[in-house]
Design a protein around this ligand. Structure first.
Ligand SMILES: NC(=O)c1ccc[n+]([C@@H]2O[C@H](COP(=O)([O-])OP(=O)(O)OC[C@H]3O[C@@H](n4cnc5c(N)ncnc54)[C@H](OP(=O)(O)O)[C@@H]3O)[C@@H](O)[C@H]2O)c1
Length: 320
């Protein structure tokens, strides 16, 4: 039995719950003088990886205008155009807000142009899900003049829209305001606070997109014995050391039958009804095979998985 697709009210269709995070495909780049990518990747390898993902039934692809200054979007577009099974794909991308848009609480022509930029880089007539990338947590969503967003939906250039939040407070604010139809935030074995929001999200008919489901790749068997060492050219070299240390120690206390904590971590996310899609970042064909094993093994009872981390904190205590 494989995993059931989840219904997306904003799209009016079912979507497979294992998706694909495309940040990892963006190659090396910097933001404010610091590495922000996941290391070099040849474009043909990235396209091959996405073709294999599409072939194994993955539908939801999460990218952003900011991933490698549009490189990830371009590669996604290239992969979709050259695949014979791209018809079912769901394109999710993100654009940030300008300080003046935040101050004026208004999205206008400049916002439209940025969305048109994403459409053109992906080479598509429609973005299924557009997320506003990391807006302030306390945005007064009800006061936002969003005619440009609504116009893009009416024109069929956008399927639906939502928010990729900075912190949990941002998710709660979006949920409270009922802005858009979906929200993306962190969710994994060592950051389980979103669980409490799932019933309310479901009540409101909003979809939840779980990013970082492998805790930036720290939920990996390779770190049971060895300490993580990140290349200086990847963004993880700048992760807070205390958090990495805490995560590794906590991960080592979680038993994972079959020695595959990454797969159990994904099964855990998928064991919630309120979970619409998980978007692990994938860098290798082997990691993709792992997703296929999770899909094929089908749903696992939540209670069975929950027993795995008795005594493990719900989240990193220093992040309130
Ligand atoms: N603000 C935002 O909107 C935002 C922020 C973060 C992420 N995202 C989205 O969420 C996606 C995923 O989140 P993330 O980038 O934080 O990373 P993640 O999914 O938590 O971790 C990805 C890393 O996990 C490792 N991995 C993948 N499959 C594995 C397996 N089967 N076994 C062991 N390790 C495995 C790989 O690490 P190695 O590279 O070491 O092999 C990979 O790079 C991104 O691609 C992006 O689309 C959005």
């Amino acid at each position: 039995m494989s995993l059931n697709p989840r219904y997306w009210k904003g799209l009016g269709r079912q979507v497979a719950p294992i998706g694909f995070g495309c940040w990892q495909l963006a190659g090396n780049y910097e933001v404010k003088g610091k590495p922000h990518g996941w290391g070099a990747m040849e474009p043909q390898d990235a396209v091959r990886l996405m073709h294999a993902a599409l072939d194994q039934g993955i539908q939801f692809f999460d990218t952003a205008a900011g991933y490698g200054a549009g490189r990830s979007e371009e590669l996604l577009g290239k992969a979709l155009r050259s695949s014979t099974v791209a018809g079912e794909a769901v394109i999710c991308t993100k654009v940030g807000l300008l300080p003046e848009e935040i101050n004026a609480l208004a999205l206008g022509t400049a916002f439209r142009q940025r969305v048109e930029g994403s459409l053109s880089r992906i080479g598509t007539e429609r973005i299924d899900v557009l997320l506003l990338h990391g807006p302030p947590d306390d945005m007064p969503w009800k006061d936002l003049d969003k005619w440009a967003l609504d116009e893009l939906v009416q024109e069929g250039k956008l399927g639906t829209y939502g928010i990729s939040a900075v912190s949990l407070a941002g998710v709660e604010n979006v949920l409270h305001a009922g802005f858009g139809t979906c929200v993306e935030w962190v969710f994994h074995l060592l950051e389980r606070r979103p669980e409490k929001l799932f019933p309310r999200l479901q009540e409101r008919g909003m979809n939840f997109i779980a990013r970082s489901p492998l805790s930036r790749g720290l939920l990996s068997e390779r770190y049971r014995l060895e300490a993580p060492q990140f290349r200086p050219d990847e963004f993880r070299s700048n992760l807070p050391r205390d958090w990495v240390q805490w995560s590794i120690e906590a991960m080592r206390r979680i038993p994972a039958p079959g020695n595959n904590i990454a797969e159990h971590a994904l099964r855990y996310c998928l064991s919630f009804e309120g979970m619409s899609v998980v978007i692990p970042g994938v860098r290798t064909p082997k990691q993709l095979e792992s997703l296929e094993r999770v899909r094929r093994s089908g749903p696992v009872a939540h209670g069975q998985l929950k027993a795995m981390f008795q005594g493990i904190p719900v989240h990193y205590p220093a992040w309130t």
